[in-house]
Write a protein that binds this ligand. Structure first.
Ligand code: FBP
Length: 546
């Protein structure tokens, strides 16, 4: 594979490891743990993996004489910068523990385990991918690993390759499934350990034990760079309002972090929209008011950040989507396409939802009916909320202009930043964090653990002071209704409206709306002063500030 000059130099970067993971590693165990909710139900569902202690790695004996470990690794779900470094950390630690250890990569996600598609990851392969973005070393996929038949089929290849442990690198759903798999293999005494690793650019896999999911840092910095560039363009030409949709399937962490970094005129936070029971018209009015106020000061330009998941947080839209989900799951749905589909949907929806559906621009209404993902979710990345909002703002401003309430100009540009950031070359934070997560996961396996997620804490301090260890996945679980059934799941972390990141934003947003207080963060830096190159996200810094 041909490499750019930056890639060549960057591949020589040695990720910084916490003290506890350098050389010989010992394990320190805490008290037994409880799940965050529904303790009795979770305990009954996970009798073999419930209640295990938190663990921490501290400097200790070298494991050089330990038995070789054969491990399989799976990348699950959306790409996130740093995934390759998790694999590099796993590989280096396994080889350090015993050079005869082997690492197998299952191809294209969890499906690779079930379908027995794999490669052996060698030092040549690992060296090719050190500190690179993407998941292309082994590919990723969204197959759900949750059925006993899948677990048993996976076991066949696990036995054939003499694998002792599987590491699943994924988000909340994939780690929930990792826990189910760990419990299943433990209950059957198969002698196969399962360890999870917290990944997702969305930043919604975090809690008291997990400070952040990997990839959030790099993705946000990448988006913040281009948002900053757009803001500088907006402030130079002074003629466009830029409507920028940002990834994040459900939670608004990415939009909020970019707002903290860039100080746009407007940032919508889905969780606030839901909490205040706002309608689409309320959001449009809020944006239009700010456009009008800025126009009155001669500023016919600005930026609006919109979280990708917004549509599902507007209570009325949520009801419409829920009814559409049921409708589209019927056999009859397949008989109607194009214009006929629209008419059929309108004839079937309740009067209230039909009225909302009809009021939407046709393109957006159609986007709401497109194919669901394997988890049954609307593919929000395909819904052009940025265009929906700007079109509705334009209509409102035209009405206000007729009423003499708006005398400015309004011209909009649209952007969607998502895929641009998911495979960016990892920042120093993500490169270091991921390498430490991989090293921790290998140590959890070496110490006989299963049903754990690798964690690294204290990451706002310099990397050598980071604290690596593992958390029992059952500790992060509670029961939630999913697709009509109560299921054990890891709690998804939405934006906390009482948390420091949102409160900081809320304290400044009025000033940012009226003034032009743009910040231009510039590109991620890999070499230079630590305060530039090693800084974490503002979300994490604010959350961890004592
Ligand atoms: P994960 O939660 O699997 O990490 O993926 C998150 C995400 O990047 C979302 O931000 C986005 O909505 C979605 O994936 C897009 O999925 P796809 O890659 O299938 O288009």
């Amino acid at each position: 594979m041909e490499k750019s000059a930056l890639q060549i130099c960057r591949s020589a970067y040695s990720p910084k490891l916490p003290k506890g993971l350098r050389g010989g590693v010992s394990i320190k165990e805490g008290e037994p743990t409880q799940s965050v909710g529904n303790q009795e139900e979770i305990k009954a569902l996970f009798p073999n993996t419930y209640g295990m202690p938190l663990v921490e790695f501290v400097p200790g004996d070298s494991k050089e004489k330990a038995e070789p470990i054969n491990m399989g690794v799976i990348l699950s779900g959306g790409q996130a910068p740093g995934g390759h470094n998790v694999i590099c950390g796993l590989f280096d630690e396994l080889k350090r523990i015993n050079p005869a250890s082997r690492l197998y990569g299952f191809l294209m996600g969890p499906g690779g385990l079930v379908d027995h598609k794999y490669i052996e990851i060698t030092s040549e392969i690992v060296d090719e991918y050190r500190n690179t973005g993407g998941f292309d070393m082994i590919g990723s996929g969204r197959t759900k690993l949750e059925e006993k038949e899948q677990f048993e089929k996976g076991l066949l290849i696990i036995r054939e390759l003499g694998i002792n442990a599987i590491v699943i690198i994924g988000g909340d759903d994939s780690n929930t499934n990792a826990c189910v798999l760990a419990e299943y293999y433990a209950a059957h005494n198969y002698g196969v350990q399962v360890i999870g690793c917290p990944k997702t650019i969305d930043g919604d896999l975090k809690n008291d034990q997990i400070e952040t999911s990997f990839g959030f840092d790099t993705a946000c910095k990448t988006y913040a760079e281009v948002i900053g560039n757009i803001q500088r363009d907006a402030n130079s030409a002074r003629k466009y309002w830029h409507f920028i949709k940002l990834m994040g399937r459900s939670a608004s962490h990415i939009a909020l972090e970019c707002a903290l970094q860039c100080q746009p005129n407007i940032c919508i936070v889905s969780e606030e929209v839901e909490a205040k029971n706002m309608t689409l018209d309320d959001i449009v009015t809020y944006i239009s008011d700010i456009v009008a106020k800025r126009a009155a000061n001669g500023n016919n330009f600005g930026t609006v950040l919109i979280p990708e998941g917004l549509i599902e947080f507007i209570p009325a839209m949520k009801h419409l989507i829920a009814e559409l989900n049921d409708l589209l799951a019927t056999a009859e749905a397949a008989e109607h396409e194009g214009a006929a589909q629209r008419a059929w949907i309108l004839s079937k929806l309740s009067a209230e939802n039909a009225a909302i559906y009809e009021s939407l621009p046709e393109g957006v209404a159609h986007q709401l009916t497109m194919e669901r993902d394997p988890h049954g979710n609307v593919q929000v990345s395909l819904i052009e909320t940025e265009k929906l909002l700007s079109e509705m703002v334009a209509v409102k401003l035209a009405t206000w202009a007729q009423e003499g309430k708006f005398a400015g100009k309004f011209a909009a540009q649209h952007h969607f930043f998502g895929y641009e950031g998911r495979c960016a070359a990892p920042s120093n934070y993500d490169a270091d964090y991921c390498y430490a997560l991989g090293t921790s996961a290998a140590e959890l396996v070496a110490n006989g653990k299963t049903g754990y997620m690798a964690i690294v804490k204290n990451t706002t301090a310099p990397a050598e002071e980071w604290i690596a260890g593992g958390v029992p996945i059952t500790m992060m679980m509670n029961m939630e209704r999913r697709h009509g059934k109560m299921k054990p799941v890891i709690r998804k972390a939405l934006v906390d409206l009482e948390g420091a990141p949102f409160k900081t934003f809320a304290a400044h947003r009025e000033a940012w709306a009226e003034q032009t207080a743009f910040v231009y963060p510039g590109p991620i830096q890999y070499w230079g002063p630590a305060e530039v190159c090693d800084r974490c996200t503002m979300t994490l810094a604010l959350e961890q500030a004592k």
